[in-house]
Design a protein around this ligand. Structure first.
Ligand code: PDD
Length: 291
């Protein structure tokens, strides 16, 4: 998808062609930075506050001074959509790094953070949302601080590639027997009318959509247990689904080549998808109307 022409770089609006980054950049050389992917529906942000809260939590965790307030950044991001006349479904990618400086592992002194953000179209994946996707399982070999949305994504990249090579949409990660999350989404298991997912500890990224899924479950009186589940529980689950800003509430209908229950999205997943569409104020292109 093409990037919309106007981007934010160092708190200013500029044309994407005028962006220049030196090779000696902490994000490039060390993955020394953080990011967010923020969903847009009909030209409006979904969960902007939640994403900004997480961005600032990540920045604090790795001691990057973003040198901007949440309010100011929020205004800039809103303006970014306006300046690009963005009225479709899309996403903003925002990245902040510890800045540009001669390569040295230790933090550079008095170097400002680099921050940029750009907009792209992202149509909803209606076909997948309706029929579900398949996944593989693979060991979670990441570090202990997965609650930080860090640029260090190599284990995630390798896991996703493994899934892709097996014709699957996602890779479900597990530490020992305990399922943590997916390579770029959170994961849930439904059994006997109850939702199970990993607790929001340092071992997973606390998804903005996960926050909403928990609220939807509460509103729908569906028990939501944050105690995690084991890999072996997957194969006799009633339903499985994942969530993220780009995947929304996505049904998983087969794992490791084995069908989940009847191999079709289950009723609880559907209810959560409907709750999501309502919450995100999605008017056209609904899952139900795509049949
Ligand atoms: N990924 N877990 C991981 C490891 C993720 O990378 C993501 C998001 C999530 C879900 O977070 P949220 O609900 O806030 O989107 C969970 C984004 C979409 C990405 O890296 O592209």
């Amino acid at each position: 998808m093409a990037v919309y022409p106007i981007v934010i770089a160092q708190q200013k609006f500029t044309h994407q062609d005028s962006l220049r980054y030196p090779f000696e950049e902490r994000g490039l050389q060390f993955g020394d930075g953080i990011y967010e992917v923020i969903r847009i529906y009909g030209g409006k942000y979904y969960l902007l506050t939640e994403h900004l809260d997480r961005l600032f939590r990540s920045a604090e965790a790795i001691k990057i001074d973003l040198a901007i307030s949440k309010e100011k950044l929020s205004q800039l991001l809103l303006k970014l959509l306006e300046k690009n006349n963005m009225e479709k479904d899309g996403k903003v990618y925002l990245q902040a790094t510890r800045g540009s400086a001669p390569r040295d592992h230790a933090f550079p002194k008095d170097v400002p953070a680099n921050m940029y953000a750009y907009v792209q179209d992202l149509p909803r994946q209606l076909d997948k949302l309706k029929h579900g996707v398949s996944a593989i399982t693979t060991p979670d070999v990441r570090w202990e601080n997965c609650y930080i949305k860090s640029l260090n994504l190599l284990p995630n990249v390798l896991a996703k590639q493994e899934a892709k090579e097996q014709g699957c949409y996602e890779a479900i990660l597990h530490r020992g027997e305990l399922v943590t999350e997916c390579s770029s989404s959170n994961i849930y298991l439904v059994k006997d009318g109850e939702i199970h997912t990993h607790p929001a500890t340092n071992r997973i990224l606390y998804g903005c959509v996960r926050l909403r899924v928990e609220a939807f479950a509460k509103a729908l009186s569906i028990p939501f247990y944050e105690e995690g589940f084991h890999k072996e529980n997957i194969y006799d689950a009633d339903e499985m689904f994942l969530s993220s800003s780009t995947s929304e509430v996505m049904p998983i209908v087969s794992v490791d080549g084995k069908q989940i229950k009847d191999g079709i999205p289950g009723p609880i997943t559907r209810k959560l998808q409907q709750a999501y569409e309502k919450d995100a104020e999605i008017i056209d292109n609904k899952i139900a109307s795509s049949t």
